[in-house]
Design a protein. Structure first.
Length: 795
DNA sequence: TAGCACCGGGTTTTT
DNA sequence: CCCGGTGCTA
């Protein structure tokens, strides 16, 4: 059995690629996950690659888990063939299990598969003590990972306590965001200060400096640090870098369009050992393999930058034309959706100027028309959607609730849908919103665990010191904190000193001593028991569970169930990770998303945001709330670049659907509780070809004109009578430069809506050249010079 | 120190 | 509407 069997040409080229760099441009539903898993199997099975030398980056933990599972099955199937000479499916379950566990021990356990954050958190647990900070800050292997809420409370404390600023004027949330942005650019406080404007910018840099110090004092890292520290470490320490470079001979990155600069730096450092990719040539037994689709880049708010994907050929490529290149493969055949759905998606995305031409070619039949419904308000919309789902479920015996999904722009939109689903007793699951690990009781127990491992973690200490109640109040805590600050030691060192407690604790001394005893007692267990057992012990010995039992309310009961679920999560972690320790469990908890913990196999309708739907597919998809200001979001309406991102998001939503797609919008929407707001239909609706849609497409003036201009770019496929194909379509005006114009970096252009800009990159060659242009006040734009309304400016 | 009542503000999207 | 934060009282 070959891992190349059953693949199309392009997929085979991708999977078979052995050494050197390869960019796989993979449209939605083109089998990229398949290409990735088969490639890993092929590397191990055919090229004899050592599993421990493979690093595979996925976008979610769930994707990582699924990839491991698929890989395990793939390799076990092959082993079945070579060991027993018979197909997998004919083996008795006992032997199937044996083979799988052997594959686990020898292969999947050794692989490093996960998100950037999870993988590099893991790397830091090996090497963080070798990190030399420019400001002398230090961390140890026992570091805590702070989530957004922890990070924000730290910032808030700095703003209000240390700097005594008014949190209304100097919002912690915005400040935290600014710091995160700086980190994602790879900036330290000095660089932020240098780039800052005005008093406010200087102050932000000051908060950033103090925030880093506070993190180090807590021996904690935030999400951004999990990427930034490894970059700095690999840059500064040749030995460490060379170790990881040799270790990971094969690097694979999925969803490459959503990597940011820091992540890109990491990839480069690992792959080329810090050398310039353009001159690096030591590819014997090594490869870098990235997969992505610029049209599905939807995380720029998190500093993702799809020009990185577009620049891959420049950095790593062989500098050949698209036709001749051996460092790029395009997967354009779509195996997921009906031709109708794909055509709609192609038509929509053609309205973006920032892209490189790529078409999804259907392999399936035409399918049903897309349905479009206008409703009075969000309640009527929910009812209409649920009605549709019920009709479909009743009429199609092969269709189950689990085949259906409702996608929306914002989490808040789930409520109306949930109410309707409850009314009709339809099982559903909401993905996103409040994470399991963000629940209060879960964070409390995890707080204990973090404190056990990392005594310097004052944020966690403060979280649990009086939970459940031990009579340790605000004044006591303030006194202890002051003492710790004066001595420059962690709060725990004060709390755990009986002398200090007796002199400072006052009436709380008893509670404090009790608390210390509890923590010290638990800490003794730390190294001779499992994570799940420790969770159980914390729950019981802290009195947390008994307090919940005493409370006796429904809510307390719910919390107790959640805690039981946490024990199960611990058990599951131990099962999946042979040598899994508490540090590893806490890291996985900190980095888990809600989607990771949701069981999608159950027969329930799935409700989630468009962002969470990336990478998934459903036979039936309902896309709701297609209204100006909601989708596209109001923050994108006056910014062309963000509007294009919203359009990509819509493209992602549409391409999730395999068979049927329902679109809806409401003419009125209630914001929160109170007043109704009239709503205008989304511009995206007017960009869909009429012939594909059942129901009236609302046309707004400007958008309709743009659509006319774009129609000639649509590729129509497999349709006998493309009624909307414009025989007399307006040809694009020849505003562009002469077709033969050769662009080079530094050229200046005038764009009809973005104004004047400068060419910063060129991509591709020959006829298929694209350029990146930096316009004032926005990120770089990728333009097709043959199509974009630009003119060269002579200098 | 803890519990309760009241107020005000917030909606993109997430590792 | 729902959360968290604040301030008052026992």
């Amino acid at each position: 059995m070959s891992f190349l069997a059953g693949l199309n040409d392009a997929q085979r080229r991708a999977v078979d690629h052995h050494e050197g760099p390869l960019l796989v441009v993979a449209g939605a539903g083109s089998g990229k996950t398949r290409a990735l898993t088969h490639r890993i199997a092929h590397l191990i099975g055919e090229h004899g690659a050592d599993p421990a030398q493979i690093l595979a980056v996925t976008f979610t933990n769930k994707a990582a888990r699924e990839m491991k599972e698929r890989l395990e099955l793939l390799l076990a199937q092959r082993l079945a063939q070579s060991q027993y000479g018979q197909p997998w499916s004919t083996l008795p379950p006992v032997e199937q299990r044996q083979l799988r566990s052997r594959i686990y021990r020898e292969v999947t356990k050794e692989l490093w598969i996960g998100t950037f954050h999870a993988l590099f958190a893991r790397m830091l647990r090996y090497d963080i003590d070798k990190f030399k900070d420019s400001e002398g800050l230090t961390w140890t292997k026992q570091f805590s990972i702070y989530d957004e809420a922890d990070a924000q409370s730290l910032v808030k404390e700095i703003v209000t306590q240390e700097l005594q600023l008014d949190p209304k004027r100097f919002e912690p949330k915005k400040t935290r965001w600014a710091i995160s942005n700086a980190k994602n650019q790879g900036w330290l406080p000095d660089q932020l200060e240098a780039n800052a404007e005005g008093q406010r910018g200087k102050l932000t840099a000051d908060v950033y400096r103090r925030y880093r110090k506070a993190l180090a004092a807590n021996n904690a890292l935030d999400f951004d640090d999990l990427l930034l520290l490894p970059v700095q470490l690999l840059q500064q320490n040749e030995q460490v870098r060379s170790y990881w470079h040799r270790r990971f001979a094969h690097v694979l990155v999925d969803e490459y369009q959503d990597t940011n600069r820091t992540q890109y730096e990491l990839i480069k450092l690992l792959v080329t050992d810090g050398k310039d990719p353009q001159v690096y040539n030591n590819w014997a037994g090594r490869s870098v393999f990235v997969v992505g689709d610029a049209d599905q880049s939807i995380y720029s708010f998190r500093a993702a930058d799809f020009t990185i994907l577009m620049g891959f050929q420049d950095d790593f490529g062989d500098q050949q034309s698209d036709e001749a290149t051996r460092t790029m493969v395009k997967l354009e055949e779509n195996y997921r959706s009906t031709a109708t759905i794909l055509e709609a998606a192609n038509a929509l995305i053609a309205n973006n100027s920032e892209r490189i031409d790529k078409v999804l070619r259907p392999t399936r039949g035409e399918g049903e028309l897309i349905s479009l419904t206008r409703c009075d308000d969000e309640i009527a919309e929910a009812e209409a959607v649920v009605h549709r789902l019920r009709m479909m479920e009743a009429a199609n015996p092969e269709l189950t609730w689990g085949d259906m999904a409702c996608l929306y722009r914002t989490n808040a939109q789930s409520r109306a849908l949930e109410e309707s689903l409850v009314r009709w007793r339809i099982p559903y699951v909401v993905v996103g919103g409040l994470r399991f690990y963000d629940r209060r009781e879960i964070k409390d127990v995890l707080g204990y665990l973090r404190l056990l491992i990392n005594p310097a973690d004052t944020v966690s200490l403060l979280r649990v010191i009086n939970v459940p109640k031990r009579g340790i109040g605000k004044t006591t805590i303030q006194r202890l904190t002051d003492a710790a600050n004066q001595l420059g030691i962690p709060l725990w060192d004060v709390v755990s000193d009986p002398e200090a407690v007796r002199s400072l604790g006052g009436r709380s001394a008893k509670g404090l001593l009790q608390f210390c005893e509890l923590i010290n007692g638990l800490r003794e267990q730390l190294h001779n028991t499992t994570p799940s057992d420790l969770i159980q012990q914390v729950m019981e010995r802290s009195g947390y569970v008994s307090e919940l039992i005493t409370e006796g309310t429904d809510e307390a009961e719910e919390r107790r169930r959640n805690l039981q679920e946490l024990v199960n999560a611990g058990l599951q972690y131990q099962e999946e990770n042979d040598e899994g320790d508490l540090e590893g469990f806490l890291a996985s908890a900190a980095l888990a998303s809600d989607a990771d913990s949701k069981d999608t196999a159950a027969d329930r309708v799935t409700l989630m945001t468009l962002h969470s739907s990336k990478g998934l597919e459903f036979p039936v998809v309902c896309l709701v709330g297609l209204e100006q200001g909601l989708f596209p979001s109001y923050r994108s309406l006056d910014d062309p670049a963000s509007l294009e991102e919203e359009r990509r998001l819509c493209y992602v939503g549409i391409t999730r659907a395999k068979e049927r797609l329902f679109l809806s919008h409401a003419s009125e929407r209630r914001l929160w509780g109170g007043m109704r707001e009239p709503a205008v239909p989304s511009v995206f609706l007017s960009e869909l070809p009429e012939a594909l849609v059942q129901g009236e497409i609302p046309r707004s003036g400007g958008a309709a004109i743009r659509r006319e201009q774009r129609l000639d770019r649509l590729t129509r496929v497999d349709r006998d009578q493309p009624s909307s194909a414009p025989a007399n379509a307006v040809r694009r005006r020849q505003a562009g430069p002469a077709p033969g114009k050769r662009w080079s970096v530094g050229d200046r252009v005038l764009h009809s809506s973005f104004g004047e800009g400068e060419v910063t990159h060129t991509f591709g060659s020959g006829e298929k050249v694209s350029i990146a242009v930096k316009f004032a006040g926005m990120g770089p734009k990728i333009l097709d010079p043959r199509l974009a309304p630009i003119e060269p400016i002579d200098r």
